[in-house]
Design a protein around this ligand. Sequence first.
Ligand code: KG4
Ligand code: ZN
Length: 337
Amino acid sequence: MRILGIESSCDETAVAIYDTKEGLLAHALHSQVAMHAEYGGVVPELASRDHIRKAIGLIEKAMAESQSSAKDITGIAYTAGPGLSGALLVGAMVGRSIGFAWNIPTVAVHHMEGHLLAPMLEPNPPAYPFVALLVSGGHTLLIDVAKFGDYKILGESVDDAVGEAFDKTAKLLGLGYPGGAALAALAEQGDPSRFHFPRPMINRVGLEFSFSGLKTFAANTIHTEQLSQSYDQQTRADIARAFQDAAVETLVIKCRRALHLTHRKTVVVAGGVSANKALQTALQAMLEKENGQVYFPRHEFCTDNGAMIAYAGSLHLLAGERSTLAVKIYPRWELTT
Ligand code: KG4
Ligand code: ZN
C-alpha cells in the first residue's frame, strides 16, 4: 500500500507518502509559527485559512518527490483529532475529497497515536510492548502500549501540558512563542545551583502530572528577579535551567514509576517536547540503570508531521478500517476510544 498522510490539527500543515514495502518516500511541511508569533499563540481562524492555502501545494510536492502519480496512491490518512476544529476540517475535507476523486479508501487518525508511533519510522524501531511518554503542547500522557491499537492511559496532566508550561515560561522570559526550544537553548547557559524549582506531584502516589504550579513558581521567580537590579541574561538563563531541570526530573520520575508498575523495559518518547536534549539525556540515563531502552523519533518527527499520520494510517487501513463519506472530526478525542 502507498499512503498519503495529511496533518492539519494545529499550526503545521504537513503531508507525507509512506509505502508499506518501501518505507517513507517523501514528506513536506509548512509551519505557521511565524504567522501566529505576533499574537503570542495560535489564532484558530488564521490557522484554518493557512491550511487551505498550503495543503494542495504540499501534497503536489510530496507526490513529485516520491515520484508517485495518482494511480500509485492506494489509501489516504488524515488527522481527525484532537485539535482545532477548523484546522482539522481542512485536512479531513482535503483527504476525504481526494479519496473520493481517486476512488481509494481513507481513514481518520488520532493525532497522539501518530506521535506515539513516530519512532516506528526509524531504522531500529522499538518492539511492543512499551510505555509511551507523550509530551506536546497540548498533552502530557503516560500510556501502556501492549500492541498497536491496545492503549491504556496510565497517567496524564491534570492541568497544563508540559509543552504549554515550557511555552508560557518562555514567553515570560521574553523568548517569543512557542518558546520551548528557545528556553531549552537558554537553559544550556544556566547555572543549575542558583534556583531550585519544585518537582510537582512526585511525592503523591500515581502517575498524574501537574505543571501549572511549576509554571506559577517560574512566573513568581521571574517577577521577583525583574524587581531586583540583577535581572540580566544570566539570571534568565538560570531560571530557564531551573525550570527545565524540574520539568525533566518530574517526567523521568513518573516514567520510571510507570515502568515498575507495568513491568515493561522499553520507553517510547514522542511529541514536541521529546525534542528536548536534557529530557533525552535524562531518560537515557534512567533506562540504562533500569536495564531498559528508550526510543525517540528523529528530531523533525518529534514535532507535528505528516509521516506519523501516514504510518499510523497505513496500519489502520491494513486492519480494514475505513472512514465514511460523511466527514467527521473529533476536536476532543480520547486516545482509548
Ligand atoms: O507535538 P507538537 O509539535 O504540537 C502539539 O501537538 O502540541 O509540540 C509542540 C510543543 C510546544 O509546546 C513546543 O514549545 C515544544 O513542543 N517543544 C519543546 C522543544 N521543542 C518543541 N519543548 C522543550 N524543548 C524543546 N527542545
Ligand atoms: Zn502534536
